[in-house]
Design a protein around this ligand. Structure first.
Ligand code: FPP
Length: 256
C-alpha cells in the first residue's frame, strides 16, 4: 500500500460536480452523466474502504438542486437513487459498509424512502466504513435546524437558560444532522469550482480542500490518490504556529 494507515484521512467528503458537463461534452443527455456519476460513486466508495478510510460523505443532491432543477431531472435522480440503493446492497454488505444519510428526505417518493430504509437497516451493523449520502442537504438549513432544536431544549428546561456559556462547540455539534459524524479531514470537489456550495460548513472549518478539474464521472482511483498525496504533504495546523523542531520530533507533518 502506498500510504501508511495513519496517513489516511479518517473522513473524506466529496462534492461530486460535473456530471452534466461530462454528458454535454459527449452530446449525451444529462441523465447519462448521472448514471456515470453513480458508477464513479461506487468505484470511489470501494477504494476508500480498501484504503482504510472510516467515513465518507457524498453530496448527492443539494437543497438548491432539489428546489431549482427541472422536475423531470429530479424525478430521474430519484429513480436512479432507488436503483442505486437496491443494486449496491451487495457492495455494502461485501465491504462491511454502513449506509446513512443527512438532509431532508421527507418529501421523497415513498418507494425511494422504502428502499433507503431497507438499505440502511440491512447495513446498520456494518462497521468497516460509513457511506453517508447528503440528500436534499444544505448546511445553512442544518445549522438553523440545530439552533431551533437547541432553543427548544432551553425553552423546555433541558438546557439551563442561566448557563448558556456552557453551550460549547461539542454541545452544539450534537444538534447537527449526524451527531456521530467526525469533521472531514479532506473535502474533495471535482469539476474545478472553488467553493463549498453550502456543504458541511460547520464540519469543514479545518478540513483540507482538494479541487480538481476532473469531472466526477472521470474521477478515478488515481485522482483520489493524487488528492491523498497532496493531503499527506500538508501541515494541518488548526490555527497554531508549528515549530519545525516539534514537527520533526513528532515524526510526521500531519495531524498537529
Ligand atoms: C451537481 O452537478 C451534482 C448533482 C446534482 C448530483 C450528483 C449525483 C450523482 C453523481 C448521481 C449518483 C448518486 C446517486 C446516489 C444516485 P451536475 O452534475 O449538475 O454538474 P454540472 O455542473 O456539470 O451540470
Amino acid at each position: 500500500m502506498k500510504f501508511s494507515p495513519e496517513q489516511i484521512p479518517a473522513h473524506i467528503a466529496f462534492i461530486m460536480d460535473g456530471n452534466g458537463r461530462w454528458a454535454r461534452s459527449r452530446s449525451f443527455l444529462r441523465q447519462r452523466g448521472y448514471e456515470e456519476g453513480a458508477v464513479s460513486l461506487r468505484r470511489i466508495t470501494t477504494h476508500c474502504r480498501e484504503l482504510g478510510v472510516r467515513e465518507t460523505t457524498f453530496f448527492a443532491l443539494s437543497t438548491e438542486n432539489y428546489l431549482r432543477r427541472p422536475r423531470r431531472e429530479i424525478s430521474f435522480l430519484m429513480k436512479l437513487l432507488k436503483t442505486y440503493l437496491v443494486k449496491e446492497r451487495a457492495m455494502l454488505m461485501d465491504n462491511n459498509i454502513r449506509l446513512t444519510t443527512i438532509g431532508d428526505i421527507s418529501s421523497f417518493p415513498s418507494d425511494v424512502l422504502d428502499a433507503l430504509h431497507e438499505t440502511r437497516t440491512l447495513s446498520a451493523g456494518n462497521d468497516g466504513m460509513v457511506m453517508r449520502l447528503a440528500l436534499n442537504y444544505g448546511s445553512r438549513q442544518e445549522i438553523i435546524n440545530a439552533v431551533r432544536a437547541l432553543c427548544a431544549d432551553v425553552r423546555e428546561g433541558r438546557l439551563d437558560p442561566d448557563r448558556i456559556e456552557d453551550i460549547s462547540e461539542d454541545v452544539f455539534s450534537a444538534y447537527l444532522a449526524d451527531p456521530q459524524m467526525k469533521d472531514p479531514d479532506l473535502v474533495i470537489r471535482t469539476a474545478g469550482e472553488y467553493r463549498l456550495s453550502n456543504f458541511l460548513l460547520w464540519q469543514s472549518s479545518y478540513s483540507e480542500l482538494w479541487i480538481t478539474d476532473e469531472l466526477w464521472p472521470d474521477f478515478e482511483v488515481e485522482h483520489l490518490e493524487e488528492a491523498l498525496d497532496a493531503y499527506v504533504r500538508r501541515d494541518r495546523k488548526y490555527g497554531a504556529v508549528v515549530d519545525s523542531t516539534s514537527r520533526e520530533a513528532s515524526g510526521n507533518s500531519g495531524g498537529i
